[in-house]
Design a binder for this molecule. Structure first.
Ligand code: NAD
Length: 402
């Protein structure tokens, strides 16, 4: 079945149907309509899958997809134009230029945490580039996966864009096909499976993975601002955000004051009983619920720590006096648990971060420009912010990756 899907998409691509700019613009317009006209349906599906409040689905998923579709649509002429290049004098009177060409049939494998955004944003880019697309949404967000499978053929050219639902088995079948590019978003373990399968056909891959994104807070930082923004970015979607600050790495001098501000901000943003707050979501499934709970050390918990396995909710939790040897520092947390660690010197913090796996994002809160420059120029990371978190994703102009 999946092989048939691939063969059909390949036939469409080879027919030349996806190349004209008019076709690409029509698909991008349709993609915008798909998310704007079905706002309520997506809000309901994300609520069912993740307990996501409506505002989060609209702001962090639907609006970003619509924005990306418009962004790439507006730049199509420029990106697809011939770019003349200077010729060496010995080659005169030759003229030379580069042209951007579509890749062919692209496979997009998306995860469950932002189930609309991470499926349809790469789709906008692949369509803009003139490709045929096969989307495989995550089986762990089944309501959104089903909705995408229903809506995509209603809005987009079904000869050139297909949705295949399913889990590892179906993905494994798809990965046997010689796609021309694979765009995978998810954890590193499956990333390796994808890359191995792609190697069989020498298919280029883009892997959007996760990791432990540090959040540095130095002694000059505005602690109230830092706490407000860190609490927003960390506990949004219950910490199930790939670029959420994974841990705080701060100057010991300001730690007590920062922890006190974090506590205040959690109450301010989620109330005294976050599990009763309708705007606070849930963990995707029991497996992740148990995994995240096992990372909470009661002896180190200074805020939150409570949970409800029936509703799959875990309170916004802050752990103090954490060390790099603690279980919570051995894996990406991907949940509402925020460990606080201290450094001896900023230089030492940079060295420690660089000794760990390359983070997807890095944040620093400081009022000292020199410190901001030192950290951002010496640490390797995908993207990040100074005195903020997450918002580097809010603009298509910055690109995204890690
Ligand atoms: P997931 O379990 O939904 O898996 C992602 C995709 O891989 C799904 O479509 C799933 O069906 C498929 N898959 C799962 N097991 C497979 C297997 N054995 N063989 C083939 N395909 C398989 O999502 P996840 O991995 O739990 O996602 C969370 C991770 O994704 C976190 O590490 C997070 O940081 C990362 N992430 C990264 C980004 C980014 O943009 N870099 C964005 C979101 C999430």
């Amino acid at each position: 079945m999946t092989n048939q899907t691939f063969e059909q998409l390949k036939k469409t691509y080879e027919s030349g149907r996806t190349r004209p700019l008019a076709w690409r613009r029509a698909q991008l317009n349709a993609l915008r309509r798909l998310v704007t006209e079905n706002r309520d349906a997506f809000v309901s599906s994300a609520m069912a899958d993740l307990g996501k409040p409506a505002a989060e689905t609209v702001l962090m998923e639907l609006n970003l997809v619509a924005g990306e579709a418009q962004f790439v649509r507006n730049r199509l002429s420029l990106w697809t134009a011939r770019h003349p290049k200077a010729m060496h004098w010995m080659l005169q009177p030759a003229a030379g230029w580069t042209i951007a060409e579509p890749k062919g049939v692209v496979l997009i494998i998306s995860p469950w945490n932002y189930p609309v955004l991470l499926a349809l944003e790469p789709m906008a880019d692949a369509l803009a580039a003139g490709n045929a697309v096969c989307l495989k949404p995550s089986e762990l967000s089944p309501n959104t996966s089903k909705l995408l499978a229903e809506l995509v053929p209603q809005y987009l050219d079904s000869e050139a864009v297909r949705v295949v639902e399913g889990g590892p088995k179906e993905t494994g079948e798809l990965l046997k096909c010689p796609f021309n590019h694979i765009f995978y978003t998810g954890g590193g373990h499956v990333g390796k499976i994808v890359m191995r399968a792609a190697a069989e056909h020498l298919t280029p891959v883009t892997l959007e993975l996760g990791g432990k994104s540090p959040c540095l807070v130095d002694r000059t930082a505005n602690l109230k601002l830092a706490a407000r923004r860190i609490v927003f970015g960390k506990f949004l979607n219950c910490g199930q955000t790939c670029v959420a600050p994974d841990y705080i790495y701060c100057d010991p001098e300001i730690k007590e004051a920062l922890v006190a501000e974090l506590r205040r901000q959690i109450t301010r943003q989620y109330g005294k009983e976050p599990l009763k707050n309708r705007n606070y979501g849930k963990i995707i499934n029991e497996k992740h619920f148990d995994r995240i709970n096992s990372l909470i050390d009661p002896a180190k918990t200074v805020c939150g720590g409570g949970s409800n396995r029936e509703t799959l909710q875990i309170e916004p939790t802050v752990l103090d006096n954490v060390t790099f040897e603690d279980p919570v520092m051995q894996q990406e947390i991907f949940g509402p648990v925020l460990p606080v660690l201290t450094y001896d010197s900023l230089g030492g913090a940079v060295a420690k971060i660089n000794s760990m796996a390359h983070p997807l994002a890095l944040y620093i809160f400081t009022e000292d420009e020199k410190n901001a420059r030192e950290v951002t120029s010496r640490c390797g990371f995908g993207g990040g912010c100074i005195n903020d978190v997450l918002i580097h994703l809010a603009t298509s102009n910055m690109g995204f990756g890690g």
